[in-house]
Design a protein around this ligand. Structure first.
Ligand code: HAM
Length: 426
């Protein structure tokens, strides 16, 4: 028997409804904020990610799914931002629109060690706004993330923010860390010894207690920020305060991708476990558009991990929610060959009137077919046998209250439409 690749999931009926709900809520909230959907491809030139995420990042070093075809190396996208910047430049959106607000949903791929909340194929709901360095946009972006979580009815999260400063400030921070840590590398964990050489900023968010203690003693907060970046960050914090979006400022937040500048943020949730506690994350990337060949313009975005949103939602509900299908489904049980033929017509009519309808394709007995209707959570059963056919009626059973009545075959669609309108959405 074939098994799915470790770290991937089949999202089955019963589970998929929760996904659809998140997607619909997201579309509504994005639309009220004037974001429009973009659907970039799932594969890109691997070099796009090497350039934008950074050669020394964990994703580029260890986690990309690469496909080699002769001279070309493609990658299954490990994240969406780089693709969207590429699409922005390649499709001249910078010239035709200048400032754009885009959202996206879909699978991302990273070669991870699979565990709860950490998969090899996972899904992002994310957005990017390109073409502005205004701090008002940072405020909108973080409050949009907050609004989405409220719409999903997920509580118990903390928004953590920091500013990495502009490109020069990041260099200053690098230098500061080099100076302060060079005599203490022996005290760092094994990973941070490597980070010291390759990606020193990541030492700041190491979870090792010993490294944390060292980082806390460095007192780097604000020290590397130029006046303009300090003012930008103050404006963002004050704006969020005014909107009532609670944030925690942490100098430890650096994010794992090289493209970030200025505001970075992460949304943490207590129910996810210490190693993967982020529901979502994002920040500014004011140098990336230019770096990839576009104009010198600012941008900011974030992405939620959908699997983690669902874990947090389940923790709130107290149980994994498996929703039955059904709703307003009409289930036709036709007994006998003639009735079955006529039944196909009835199904077609109901469906073309916008009524969800299905029938028994397993040629079950009446009892077994009724059980199937129950399993499907059908709202009504339409029974059609020889007697009904002669009378040109069907017996319609309401599965909620077990009442039954005869309805003219020609009036079935109207009958169900009336019932559905009466009850509103069921
Ligand atoms: P990221 O922090 O790598 O950022 O991913 C965003 C979110 O995706 C994480 O906070 C987490 O919820 C989820 N996630 C990441 N890796 C996995 C995994 N292996 N399994 C399950 N969920 C995962 C980005 O990707 C940036 N592109 C976000 C961004 C957009 N920054 C600016 N714009």
């Amino acid at each position: 028997m074939f098994k799915r690749v470790p770290g991937t999931k089949d999202i089955l009926p019963g589970e998929v409804e929760a996904w659809q709900k998140l997607e619909t809520l997201s579309r509504n909230i994005f639309s009220t904020h004037n974001y429009r959907e973009i659907r970039p491809p799932l594969i890109e030139d691997a070099s796009l990610f090497n350039r934008s995420l950074g050669e020394s990042t964990e994703i580029v070093q260890k986690q990309m799914f690469l496909i080699k075809k002769e001279e070309d190396v493609y990658a299954l996208r490990p994240e969406g931002t780089a693709s969207i910047v590429r699409a922005y430049i390649e499709n001249n959106l910078d010239k035709t629109h200048g400032f754009v607000k885009l959202f996206y949903m879909g699978p991302m791929f990273r070669m991870e060690r699979p565990q709860k909340g950490r998969l090899r194929q996972f899904h992002h709901i994310g957005c990017e706004a390109l073409g502005s360095v205004e701090p008002d946009l940072d405020i909108e972006m973080i409050s949009l993330a907050d609004s989405l979580l409220k719409a999903y009815a997920i509580g118990g999260y903390t928004i953590v923010i920091n500013s990495l400063g502009c490109a020069e400030d990041k260099l200053a921070l690098n230098r500061m860390l080099q100076e302060k840590l060079s005599s203490r590398t022996g005290e760092l964990c094994e990973d941070c010894k490597v980070r010291f050489q390759r990606n020193i900023l990541r030492i700041l968010d190491c979870k090792h207690e010993q490294c944390r203690a060292i980082v806390n003693s460095l007192d780097i907060r604000d020290k590397y920020l130029c006046e303009a970046c300090k003012a930008h960050f103050t404006y963002v914090r004050e704006g969020l305060d005014l909107l009532g979006v609670a944030c925690e400022v942490s100098p430890h937040l650096v994010r794992g991708l090289d493209y970030y500048t200025r505001t970075v943020f992460e949304i943490k949730h207590g129910q996810l476990g210490p190693q993967q506690d982020a529901l979502g994350a994002g920040g500014r990337y004011d140098t990336l558009v230019k770096q990839l060949g576009g104009p010198d313009t600012g941008a900011i975005g974030f992405a939620f991990g959908v699997e983690r949103l669902l874990l947090a939602a389940q923790a709130a509900d107290g149980a994994e929610s498996r929703q039955p299908a059904g709703g307003n489904l009409v289930y036709l049980i036709a007994l006998g060959a003639v009735a079955r033929k006529q039944g196909m017509n009835i199904l077609a009519n109901l469906r073309s009137s916008g009524i969800a309808a299905d029938t028994d394709y397993e040629a079950k007995s009446l009892k077994a077919a009724m059980r199937k209707a129950n399993d499907l959570n059908a709202r009504w059963v339409v029974l059609l046998g020889d007697n009904e056919l002669q009378e040109k009626v069907a017996a319609v059973k309401d599965m909620r209250n077990s009442t039954q009545e005869k309805v003219n075959l020609s009036g079935l669609s109207g009958y169900f439409k009336g019932k559905i309108n009466e009850a509103g959405t069921v």
